[in-house]
Write a protein that binds this ligand. Structure first.
Ligand SMILES: [Zn+2]
Length: 364
């Protein structure tokens, strides 16, 4: 026996033996109790890391232990298409070549994704083989193969029939670079130095103004109310009055809502239900219209022609300039606030209305 354990020789020998002899292939067998596991399929975004190695080793210990205890064991290997995460990796590769998915077009992009899948998939499976995992290689699965797709459909229909899955237009976190909705945990917040703009909103037929403070002057084009705290004595007399929204000319009401912080800015804020989560809730409570002014590519829509098609940043600059020219900009204070960014690509996340499928935990 060699003094030092020669893993290269020994592991290769046994790995081959297990695979060739189908040591871990399972057959249904009425006489023994079954014990089965599915490997949490790794995303095909790259190769496995130390975390996967630990994870797979622990499962390997379990399956071998059960096998020794006399169970009819089955451990199924598989990989996960990883959806947007994988798309993002392939897009980064394309970027290195100076191209985008739009240059390629849908079909060529899918081909490129498939090519990536084949390469990464085999690297991941080889890694699991090298680890000596006691997997049933005859039952290799991929999250997008036919039987898995069928299972997804079946589960979807079942949940839909129970009323747990429904479709609706709701406010979501949107990354316009990835062109996808993000869940709350996929948004990362970063502090950003910006401004708090104080803007005069003229009251209808009286020559007076109410001053709102905002970090998003460009979304004012989608405002459908101005809100104050009901306990704010400064504004009580103004609740119910009408404001004429600059640039748009829309008549909107001054409403009251306990969500408004009396001590933020002037205590009066603009309400844009289509582009802010808090405003969306206020909008629901006061039955406000949600007017969308930013589209899924991060450009201005449903706005006066001089702002139409501008990016959010461009529109902000223009609006501030125009407010200043009209004498409606009171001041711009330095202000640091946290801005949501896409955890995959770091682009700024926009709140907007989007038709999506939602899953609820209670029957509707
Ligand atoms: Zn993104």
């Amino acid at each position: 026996m060699e003094k030092v354990y020669n893993f290269k020789e020994i592991e290769r020998k046994w790995r081959q033996y297990w695979i060739e002899n189908k040591t871990f292939s399972a057959k249904s067998d009425g006489s023994r109790k079954p014990f089965s596991m599915f490997i949490p399929p790794a995303n095909i975004t790259g190769s496995l890391h130390m975390g996967h190695a630990l994870n797979a080793t622990l499962q390997d210990i379990i399956i071998r232990f059960k096998k020794l205890k006399g169970y009819n064991t089955l451990w199924i290997p598989g990989t996960d298409h990883g959806g947007i995460a994988t798309q993002n990796v392939v897009e980064k590769l394309l970027k290195k070549e100076g191209r985008t998915k739009y240059d390629l077009g849908r079909e060529k992009f899918l081909e490129r994704m498939q090519q990536w899948k084949t390469e990464t998939d085999s690297a991941i499976l080889d890694q699991l083989k090298r680890l000596g995992c006691g997997l049933d290689w005859d039952r290799l699965a991929f999250t997008m193969d036919e039987s898995r797709s069928k299972a997804v459909k079946k589960a979807f229909i079942k949940l839909f029939d129970k009323g747990l899955i429904y479709r609706g237009k709701r406010l979501v976190n949107w990354c316009s670079r990835c062109a996808t909705a993000l869940s709350d945990i996929e948004v990362e917040y970063e502090d950003e130095k910006s401004n708090l703009w104080y803007i005069k909103y003229p009251l209808k037929d009286c020559g007076e103004c109410i001053i709102v403070a905002t970090t998003r002057p460009e979304t004012m084009l989608g405002d459908t109310a101005v809100a104050v705290n009901p306990d704010d004595n400064r504004y009580v007399k103004l609740i119910g009055k009408t404001v004429k929204l600059p640039f748009v000319g829309r008549e909107i009401k001054i409403i009251s809502d306990y969500a408004i912080n009396k001590f933020f800015g002037t205590g009066a804020v603009k309400v844009t239900p289509a582009h802010d989560a808090v405003d969306n809730e206020i909008g629901k409570r006061s039955s406000l219209e949600a007017i969308e002014v930013i589209d899924t590519s991060g450009r201005m829509i449903n706005v006066p022609s001089r702002y139409l098609g501008l990016s959010v940043e461009e529109a902000r600059k223009e609006i501030v300039k125009d407010l200043e020219a009209l004498g409606l900009l009171v001041k711009a204070e330095d202000y640091t606030h946290s801005v949501g960014k896409c955890y995959r690509c770091s682009a700024k996340v926009e709140s907007l209305m989007s038709e999506q499928w939602f899953l609820t935990s209670t029957s509707r």
